[in-house]
Design a protein around this ligand. Structure first.
Ligand code: SAH
Ligand code: AVI
Length: 323
């Protein structure tokens, strides 16, 4: 522990643990689906980190380049003495760029559902930024009610990188933007990373990498159900499907049953037809204009957007917290 710092305390978001209920509801629905937030246990977070280093997965490289290039301009928008609240930061690699560029950040609040990973990354960050106050919060960011009390007197700046906003349905993304406006408060700045619509072959390769890491990431959801809920999935009997649905501007990920089979999860028997899929993730792609329109309809005014043509980083300002 660094002198002057207290032990790292992870504040939980107090929402009921609904993994078991969500899995049974999703697998007994027609069509079958599972919420993508459950990808991120310790194994899933480590697999996602591998995805970010794949040659085919351009979003991370693009966003890192944009943040590195425009960090001074982004940092100039932050109010002095602010708390940076990051939603779904994972390894905090991108936040580190802002933390290095913005002397105005006094506190950092990473909010993430992957609790063990969060703890490990927050501890590393404290070592590397000894003067920064770090208040990690574990849980579902859609259920977060307010920023930690320790930041009550600081202006708050939001950060939501990685295009994780694309994993929401557009109406859920709008709801989340309004929710973030309430957490961040009046006049807050919110920096959001958003992946852009582009030719289908580039998108296809980003979610069907040659090494098969994205397939492992997808299949880990079934492995996690086996580990935590006493599921009986045979991982060999399912395969990763990812394709671009141009009508909805989204990548869809599914797990397809290779044969007709029945799988038991706790006390529930789930029947699969050969070829039937579990829809595990959507990753919506926006244009600069379509994302701005979404933000404007959700309590935020667009300040500026930076893009390399592949990915975009938007700076938004809270328009009216009661909107
Ligand atoms: N921001 C990082 C990681 C993106 S992966 C990057 O840009 O590379 C998505 C991250 O969001 C993971 O760390 C995952 O654990 C977290 N996450 C996904 N859904 C979440 C939810 N509903 N609540 C809180 N964290 C969530
Ligand atoms: C975190 N999220 C934005 C990633 C995406 O691209 O939708 C998750 C992912 N799924 C497969 N590869 C990466």
């Amino acid at each position: 522990m660094n002198p002057g710092q207290t032990a790292l305390r992870i504040a939980p978001i107090t929402a009921p643990d609904s993994f078991a209920a969500d899995v049974i509801a999703g697998l007994t629905a027609k069509p079958k689906s599972l919420p993508p937030k459950y990808f991120y246990d310790a194994v899933g977070s480590a697999l996602f980190e591998r995805i970010t280093r794949l040659p085919e997965y351009y979003p991370t490289r693009s966003e890192l380049d944009l943040l590195n290039k425009h960090a001074p301009a982004i940092a100039s928008l932050f109010p002095p003495g602010c708390a940076l609240v990051e939603f779904g930061g994972g390894s905090s690699t991108k936040a580190r760029i802002l933390l290095r560029a913005a002397a105005s950040i006094e506190a950092y609040v990473p909010v993430d559902i992957s609790g063990d990973f969060l703890q490990q990354e927050a501890a590393r960050l404290r070592r590397d930024f000894p003067h920064l106050a770090v208040y990690p919060v574990a849980g579902d960011f859609t259920a977060m009610i307010e920023a930690p009390a320790e930041t009550a007197d600081q202006p708050r700046t939001g950060f939501f990188p990685g295009s994780t906003i694309g994993n929401f349905e557009p109406h859920e993304a709008a709801r989340f933007l309004r929710h973030a406006a309430r957490i961040l408060g009046r006049d807050a700045v919110f920096v959001v990373g958003v992946d852009l619509v582009k030719p289908a072959d580039i998108l296809y390769r980003a979610y069907n990498d040659a090494e098969g890491v994205t397939a492992k990431f997808n299949l880990n959801l079934l492995a996690r159900i086996n580990r935590e809920l006493g599921g009986h999935f045979d991982l060999e009997a399912f395969e990763h499907h990812a394709f671009y649905n141009s009508a909805h501007s989204r990548i869809e990920m599914h797990l397809a049953s290779r044969k007709r089979q029945t799988v038991r999860v706790s006390d529930t028997a789930i029947d699969f037809r050969a070829g039937e899929t579990i829809h595990t993730e959507n990753s919506y792609k926006y244009s600069i204009e379509s994302f701005r329109a979404l933000a404007q309809g959700s309590g935020w005014s667009p300040l500026k957007a930076w893009t390399d043509g592949q990915f975009s980083v938007h700076a938004l300002q809270a328009a009216d917290i009661d909107a």
